[in-house]
Design a protein around this ligand. Structure first.
Ligand SMILES: Nc1ncnc2c1ncn2[C@@H]1O[C@H](COP(=O)(O)OP(=O)(O)OP(=O)(O)O)[C@@H](O)[C@H]1O
Length: 254
């Protein structure tokens, strides 16, 4: 049996507590994420997908229930504490990179995720070849811009850099929050391919939110449908391999 990396037990989140607008967003999520799982997550707007990532990332705390990392209770640990084992890539290419620092400097910082970080010129030189090779795996010319300030990159290059940074120091859990949604179709597909390759090669454990049902079916070994704050379907194995968009769409309807 696969080892469980992260487990959510009956996790509920409530917003605007004690007011007329009090709403329960996640309504008792039970989810066991196993080592090596690549889980795609779909659901209608407002289903709770980003809230689920916020609760896993520690940006938002669960109001009840438990979150375990390698069996250890992390329910009340902070976002900062969780960066030691967790990395997240957002939809907005501006998030996740420091705009005035160069591509190589950003990559060097990323090797120290969750630690006290200092930039040493010597370390930059030592790592330049490795960073350039890694940048080249993104197939978008990032390797030719290693000494360019990140703010001057194209959106696609910047997002590819955010992805590389999230995976440079191997995370136990990688959260991809519609990380290709702001890119044009060609650039988006390119990043999706690079993402898939890196996750498979490095046997990363990843969760990816997407609104593209075809992508949710194509990528990953497991697919979760969130509906109204609950897990409506959790599909793996042959069922996932045989899934088509019509069948998947039916989970959204009833
Ligand atoms: N801090 C908050 N205060 C009030 N309501 C919130 C808060 N965070 C989320 N919500 C509400 O909770 C619901 C779930 O939001 P969430 O962003 O998790 O959905 P989502 O599935 O990621 O949607 P989308 O596909 O549109 O990104 C929405 O109705 C949203 O308006």
């Amino acid at each position: 049996m696969s080892k469980s990396i992260l487990e959510l037990k009956d996790v509920k989140t409530i917003v605007n507590k004690g007011t007329a607008n009090e709403t329960t967003i996640l309504k008792g999520i039970n989810l066991k994420i196993n080592e090596g799982d690549f889980i795609t997550i779909v659901g209608t707007n407002g289903a709770g997908k980003s809230t689920l990532f916020n609760v896993i990332g520690g940006n938002l705390h669960a109001d009840s229930g438990q979150i375990l990392h390698n069996g250890k209770d992390i329910t009340s640990s902070t976002e900062e504490q969780r960066t030691t084992f967790l990395a997240r890539v957002f939809q907005d290419p501006k998030l996740g990179t420091a705009p005035r620092m160069t591509v190589a400097e950003n990559m060097l910082l990323a090797t120290k995720r969750g630690e006290k970080r200092h930039l040493f010129l010597r370390k930059l030189k030592q790592n330049m070849e490795r960073f350039t090779k890694l940048a080249a795996t993104m197939n978008n010319g990032l390797e030719n811009r290693m000494t360019t300030a990140t703010g001057a990159l194209s959106g696609g290059q910047r997002q590819a850099l955010s992805f590389l940074m999230a995976t440079l120091k191997r995370p136990d859990i990688l959260l991809l929050d519609e990380h290709t949604a702001a890119l044009d179709p060609h650039t988006s597909l390119n990043l999706l391919h690079a993402t898939n390759e890196r996750i498979n090669q490095d046997h990363l454990t990843a969760l990816m939110i997407t609104h593209h049902l075809e992508d949710a079916i194509t990528y990953g070994n497991r697919l979760i449908v969130l509906k109204d704050g609950q897990i409506k379907a959790d599909i793996t194995g042959d069922e996932k391999r045989q899934l088509n968009t019509d069948k998947l769409y039916s989970y959204f309807e009833d």
